[in-house]
Design a protein around this ligand. Structure first.
Ligand SMILES: *[C@@H]1O[C@H](CO)[C@@H](O)[C@H](O)[C@H]1NC(C)=O
Ligand SMILES: *[C@@H]1O[C@H](CO)[C@@H](O)[C@H](O)[C@H]1NC(C)=O
Length: 486
C-alpha cells in the first residue's frame, strides 16, 4: 500500500533560540516517522536590524544543507517595515510577523500545486506566530503550536488571559504592585516581580491576551518539557477545558552544539586539565551582556570565591547598532579589574562566545550561572549540572522562579533582574550577591543530587518507553489523522 506523505508547514519566530529548537523537533519528527515531510518557512530578522552574524550564518547553513524530508524556505520581506514605536515593541513584533502572512499563503499554495506533493497535514507555529493560524484556516488544515518554553509559563499566559477576559481583573494594576498571584500551573504563589516585562503596560498585556486567545484555537500544543519535570504544571493544563491538548515532547535540545571550531577545541582542552565538578561556568545566552561596572562585580565575586571558572564574557552591542546582539572583546582585560586575568590565570578562563553544550557535557563543570533561557535550562538538566539563576529578559525570571522555588533544581543569584526592551537600564547585581550564589551553587549537595536524578530522567523520557517518546507518537498520529480519513 502506498504511504501517504503528510506535509507539515513549520513557522518559527525569527529568534535564534526558537529557530534552533524548531529545527530539532522537525528532525525528531521526520526521523520518527517516514510519512512526515516538513517545510520550514524562515522569517528573517527585520532588514536593517543587522541580525547577529551567528543567526545569519546559521540560516544560511540551514538553507544550504537541507536534510532528508526537511526543506527550508526563506520568506520574502516587505520593503517597508511596520511602524516601530520604541514604547510599543510588541506591536512591532506582531505587525512584522503578520506582514509575512501573504508570503506564507503564496509559498504553501505553490507547494500544494506541485506534482507529487504530499497532503498538507497542518501548520506548526511558534508561540510568537499565532497570526498564522488564520492562514492555516484558509487551507482548512489544523494548527499546532510548538511552545519553546515550559508548561508552567504556558499555564501562566492562559491564566492571565482568563482572569482578564472572563473575570475582568486589572492585571496592569496587579503587575505594578509588589504582590503575588496564585496561578494553577504553579504550586507556590508567583511573585509579581518575576512576571515577564510588558504585563504592566497596556501594549504589552494586549499582546499577551491576543496570543493566548489565538493559542486556544490551536488543535494541540507541543511543549518543550517532560512530565517527570513539570508534573504539576502539565497536570494543571490537562485539567483545563478550554486549553488545547498539551503534548510534553521534550527535552528537545541540539546536542551537536558548536560546529567543532577551534575556539571549542581550545575550551575543551582547558577543561580536560581541570578536576571533575570543579569549574563554575558563566554564560548568559545569545543576547546576554553587561556594562563594565557589572562585569567588575562578577570578576570580584569570582576572585573571592576562589573557584575555578569558565566565563563567557560578551561585549554590549555598540549604540549605533540597532540589533541587540553582543559581540566579543578584542581584549577582555580592558573591562576587567586591573590584574584580574594575571591573578586568575591558574584557575580561570575568560572566553567570548561559548560552545555551551560541549562545556556542559564536560565532567569538569560543577555549576552553571545562567540567564535561564529555557533551552539553556534544559541543556543543564540533561547533563545534570546545577544552576544558579540570573535571568535577564523574556520569561526567564519565571523560569528561574520555577527552577529555584518550585523544583529545587537551582540556587538563586537573582530571580527578578531584568534588562530588555522595556528595561534597558537594569540595576547592578552586587559582588556579594554573586559570591554568595556561586558558593551555594558549588556547595549545595541537595541541589546537585536532585539535578543528577532529573538529568537521568530527562535522558530516559525521550527513549522508547519514556513519556515524551510516547507523546511524540501521539502527536504524529494526530497529524496523520487529519489526512488519512478523507
Ligand atoms: C551557503 O552557500 C552559499 C552559496 O553557495 C555560500 O556562499 C555560503 O558560504 C554558504 N554558507 C554556509 C554557512 O554554508
Ligand atoms: C482536518 O482539519 C480541518 C481544520 O481543522 C478540519 O476542518 C477537518 O475536518 C479535519 N479533517 C479530518 C479528516 O479530520
Amino acid at each position: 500500500m502506498a504511504t501517504t506523505l503528510a506535509d507539515l508547514i513549520f513557522i518559527p519566530a525569527p529568534v535564534i533560540g526558537h529557530i534552533k529548537s524548531t529545527i530539532e523537533i522537525a528532525k525528531l519528527l521526520v526521523n520518527r516517522d517516514q510519512r512526515i515531510s516538513i517545510t520550514v518557512l524562515i522569517i528573517n530578522s527585520p532588514s536593517g536590524s543587522r541580525p547577529a552574524s551567528a543567526m545569519a550564518t546559521y540560516i544560511q547553513s540551514l538553507a544550504n544543507n537541507s536534510m532528508d524530508r526537511i526543506r527550508f524556505t526563506q520568506l520574502p520581506q516587505d520593503q517597508i517595515l511596520p511602524n516601530r514605536d520604541p514604547k510599543a515593541p510588541m506591536t512591532f513584533v506582531n505587525d512584522f510577523i503578520n506582514s509575512h502572512c501573504k508570503y506564507v499563503r503564496n509559498v504553501v499554495a505553490d507547494m500544494m500545486s506541485q506534482p507529487g506533493s504530499g497532503r498538507l497535514a497542518g501548520f506548526v507555529i511558534d508561540m510568537l506566530c499565532t497570526g498564522m493560524i488564520d492562514v492555516a484556516n484558509e487551507f482548512n488544515v489544523p494548527t499546532y503550536v510548538y511552545f519553546t518554553s515550559n508548561a508552567a509559563y504556558l499555564g501562566f499566559q492562559f491564566y492571565i488571559q482568563m482572569i482578564c477576559d472572563d473575570h475582568n481583573q486589572d492585571v496592569i494594576e496587579l503587575s505594578n504592585s509588589d504582590g503575588e498571584l496564585q496561578v494553577p500551573s504553579f504550586v507556590n504563589p508567583v511573585p509579581v516581580k518575576v512576571f515577564p516585562s510588558g504585563f504592566d503596560t497596556k501594549e504589552g498585556l494586549d499582546y499577551v491576551l491576543l496570543t493566548s486567545r489565538k493559542m486556544r484555537e490551536a488543535k494541540a500544543i507541543m511543549v518543550n518539557t517532560f512530565l517527570e519535570l513539570e508534573t504539576h504544571a502539565i497536570g494543571s493544563l490537562s485539567s483545563e477545558s478550554n486549553v488545547p491538548v498539551v503534548y510534553p515532547v521534550g527535552p528537545i535540545i541540539n546536542l551537536d552544539g558548536g560546529a567543532g571550531e577551534n575556539s571549542e577545541n581550545d575550551v575543551v582542552s582547558w577543561l580536560d586539565d581541570q578536576p571533575p565538578s570543579s569549574v563554575v561556568f558563566l554564560c548568559f545566552g545569545s543576547l546576554g551582556n553587561f556594562e563594565e561596572v557589572q562585569v567588575k562585580e562578577i570578576a570580584h565575586a569570582l576572585e573571592r570565591t576562589g573557584h575555578r571558572f569558565l566565563w563567557s564574557l560578551r561585549r554590549p552591542p555598540s549604540p549605533e547598532q540597532t540589533s541587540r546582539a553582543p559581540g566579543d572583546y578584542e581584549d577582555p582585560g580592558a573591562v576587567l579589574p586591573e590584574g584580574f586575568l594575571q591573578r586568575t590565570a591558574g584557575i580561570g578562563k575568560v572566553i567570548g562566545w561559548a560552545p555551551q553544550v560541549a562545556v556542559l557535557a564536560h565532567e569538569a563543570i560543577g555549576g552553571f550561572v545562567s540567564h535561564c533561557g529555557w533551552n539553556s535550562v534544559l541543556e543543564s538538566l540533561w547533563f545534570g549540572v546545577p544552576l544558579a539563576t540570573w535571568p535577564i529578559y523574556a520569561e526567564q525570571q519565571m523560569n528561574a522562579f520555577e527552577m529555584v522555588v518550585e523544583l529545587g533544581l537551582a540556587v538563586e543569584i537573582k530571580l527578578d533582574y531584568k534588562k530588555d526592551l522595556f528595561n534597558p537600564d537594569s540595576d547592578i547585581v552586587t559582588g556579594e550577591e554573586i559570591e554568595k550564589g556561586i558558593r551555594q551553587l558549588m556547595d549545595d549537595k541537595e541541589v546537585r543530587a536532585k539535578m543528577k536524578e532529573i538529568g537521568r530522567k530527562s535522558r530516559a523520557t525521550v527513549k522508547e518507553g519514556g513519556s515524551s517518546y510516547a507523546s511524540v507518537g501521539r502527536i504524529i498520529e494526530d497529524f496523520i489523522s487529519n489526512i488519512s480519513s478523507s
